[in-house]
Design a protein around this ligand. Structure first.
Ligand code: APR
Length: 320
């Protein structure tokens, strides 16, 4: 059986980490694309030389030519500019919108059958724009935010409760960033919801509220520490988890930015919600009943995404 093909658009910090993880996990042959000459080629060669040490046989190729992504099964997009300290995700909008146009057109021409995972920020607007520019079906274009946001939430919760991260589940909704909605009543330790754990004396409402706040600004915390870039290990791991769900038809129930068509009262907008990812791409959107508080927070998040799209349309009127 021929190997699968994974194309990574953007060979920066996340792109390079994605390439390493994809190769280590032997997900398929990897093509690393970037506009900068030499960087994708250099990283691909360096990573290929991990093969004999780490024991993988997949090939890695660096390129500046979109023709090399032809036939890709999965494409993960990190092309663009990363957030710098003091820069909000929204400041990135103008620059990264232009990048999405070039990437979307490249995908449309060379790999229209791929499952596309967008990571570039501001995520909810970029994934929408990428879908518009590429013209791919909505169920084949998703944004990576919820897997990362819930991983951050799970990490902080496991640390609070002194239990394994494996036994902590977390549920997040909404846009990526300050308006994301961690849903406390659906987040659990071994199936026990957080409000029950508070009643059991494992934590307090104040401490959980502080964890929620830290999760919401999880990306900013790392930007502040790194000073010269943004998080890349966990974002890459999250993107790979989504690629695996598609490639292995795992039908995982994970939060992703997907195009809603009436679910949660939202129409024709990419927002983070739980969904089933399998060989068919986004196979189902999971619609749950929300508390009034979660509903109100979700609406704030939806409104923030809508504002971004208005700004995108202002910058590029070709976006209908
Ligand atoms: N086409 C392809 N690649 C591009 C383009 C383009 N039009 N424009 C820029 N790039 C490349 C850059 O040359 C760089 O190698 O995208 C890469 C981005 O890499 P980094 O700056 O290291 O950023 P990274 O940390 O990987 O984050 C990428 O993901 O989480 C988001 O906010 C983050 O939007 C950022 C993206």
């Amino acid at each position: 059986m021929a190997r699968k093909k994974i194309a990574l658009i953007g060979a920066g910090n996340i792109g390079g980490t994605l390439a390493h993880l994809a190769a280590q996990k032997a997900l398929g042959d990897v093509v690393l694309f970037d506009v900068v000459e030499g960087v994708p080629q250099g990283k691909a060669l360096d990573l290929a030389q991990c093969g004999p040490v780490e024991g993988f046989d997949v090939s890695l190729k660096g390129t500046n030519d979109y023709a090399d992504i032809a036939g890709a099964d999965v494409i993960i997009v990190t092309a663009g500019v990363a957030r710098k300290p003091g820069m909000s995700r929204d400041d990135l909008l103008g620059i990264n919108l232009k990048v999405m146009k070039a990437v979307g057109e490249g995908i449309k021409t060379h790999a229209p059958g791929a499952f596309v995972i967008c990571i570039t920020n501001p995520l909810d607007a970029m994934v929408w724009a990428l879908r518009e520019f590429s013209g791919l079906p909505h169920h084949m274009v998703v944004g990576m935010a919820g897997v990362l946001d819930s991983a951050r939430f799970r990490h902080f919760l496991a640390d609070e409760f002194k239990v394994s991260v494996q036994d902590v589940t977390a549920f997040v909704l909404g846009g990526h960033g300050d308006t994301m909605v961690p849903v406390v009543e659906y987040s659990t330790v071994a199936g026990i919801p957080l409000p029950d754990l508070i009643k059991m004396g494992w934590s307090s409402k104040e401490r959980i509220d502080a964890i929620v706040a830290r999760t919401r600004s999880g990306g900013g915390e790392i930007v502040g520490l790194l000073k010269t870039g943004s998080a890349f290990y966990a974002p890459a791991a999250s993107g790979i988890a989504m690629a695996e769900a598609f490639l292995y038809d795992q039908k995982r129930v994970i939060p992703c930015a997907v195009n809603l068509t009436g679910q949660y009262g939202v129409d024709n907008l990419y927002v983070g919600v739980p969904c089933v990812i399998g060989a068919g791409g986004v196979e189902r959107v999971v619609e749950i009943a929300l508390s009034d508080e979660a509903k109100a927070n979700f609406q704030v998040s939806v409104d923030a995404v809508k504002e971004l799209l208005v700004a995108c349309r202002g910058i590029d009127p070709s976006l209908g």
